[in-house]
Design a protein around this ligand. Structure first.
Ligand code: SF4
Length: 164
């Protein structure tokens, strides 16, 4: 399959970016500019490099027997929705991998945009909302500030709030 993503980084496996043992794909570019952003350099759309789908798939394939899924982080993954949709469709049909995704948008805001809604349908768990420094809590699992929600995305039904 042909296509590219602007990639800020890739972790083969992590236990702090979602449930289980997960690969993490960091996508470049973010419009939210949260004060005290933990990935400041990734706000730049030109940070990192353009990587073709096949190269990313090969990196995931290498660790596939070890991982429980793939997490998308950044940056703001949804600004690359046009490229992420075919990429995730391929991953789902090839491996049926569980997909977690971090976003600075709220779930409700994403639902107002047709392209974002299409991408949401390929995601299993969404961690939504911007990072708010005043609400930072180091005891929270998988999220940085208490305004952020961990949402299990359901097809044709409202999402379910998950607690960790
Ligand atoms: S959404 Fe994430 S990457 Fe974007 S500015 Fe906020 S903390 Fe940084």
């Amino acid at each position: 399959m042909i296509g590219t993503l602007q990639v800020a980084g890739f972790l083969e496996h992590s236990t702090v970016n979602g449930e289980g043992f997960r690969s993490v794909l960091f996508l470049s570019g973010c419009p939210h500019h949260c004060p005290l952003c933990h990935n400041f350099e990734m706000q730049n759309m030109n940070y990192g490099e353009q990587v073709d789908y096949e190269s990313i798939l090969k990196r995931i394939a290498k660790v596939l027997p070890l991982i429980d899924g793939l997490t998308l982080s950044g940056g703001e993954p949804f600004i690359q929705a046009t490229s992420l949709i075919p990429f995730l469709k391929h991953i789902k049909s090839k491996w049926n991998l569980s997909i977690w995704c971090y976003t600075g948008y709220t779930y409700e805001a994403l639902c107002e945009n047709a392209l974002h809604k299409e991408l949401l349908q390929l995601i299993d768990v969404l961690i939504d909302g911007p990072f708010v420094a005043e609400l930072k809590d180091a005891n929270l699992k998988y999220r940085g500030s208490s305004n952020q929600r961990i949402l299990k995305i359901n097809q044709n039904k409202p999402p379910e709030l998950l607690y960790y």
